[in-house]
Design a protein around this ligand. Structure first.
Ligand code: 5GP
Ligand code: ZN
Length: 113
């Protein structure tokens, strides 16, 4: 847990979220400012900023994201998904707590990350 981390506050239950999935290591919830309906974020409960900071739990986060992707896609009847990590500020990461985006996509939606 990192003070001042918005995603740690979500894990702690101090900020409400719309949970999609939860286990001991991972939380998945809907993005508050979605690029598309169903846009989901998958995060480790442990705080770490980037993939390189979490060598043990990052693979679990990626695995859960892969497992959740078909359900996210089906929930909104999407044509496909963008599954992506902005790993570090240079890559456009705004929240400094590792997260995988699952963004439902439609043919020609122009919503590429
Ligand atoms: P990044 O640019 O860091 O890869 O993406 C951060 C994502 O977190 C953005 O899509 C943004 O909408 C989302 N986000 C930021 N703050 C909150 C929040 O308090 N709750 C939720 N559910 N999503 C958030
Ligand atoms: Zn955090």
């Amino acid at each position: 847990m990192s003070e001042d981390c918005i995603f740690c506050s979500i894990v702690a239950g101090d900020i409400p979220n719309r949970t999609v999935y939860e286990d001991d290591e991972v939380l998945a919830f809907l993005d508050v400012n979605p690029l598309a309906e169903g846009h989901t974020l998958v995060i480790p409960k442990e705080h770490g900023e980037q993939v390189a900071d979490l060598p043990e739990v990052a693979p679990t986060v990626f695995q859960r994201a892969a497992e959740l992707t078909p359900a996210v896609r089906d929930a909104v009847d999407a044509d496909g998904t963008t599954v992506a990590v902005n790993d570090g500020p240079a890559a456009g990461q705004e929240v400094p707590h590792l997260h995988v985006h699952i963004v439902p996509r439609e043919e020609g939606d122009g919503a590429g990350m």
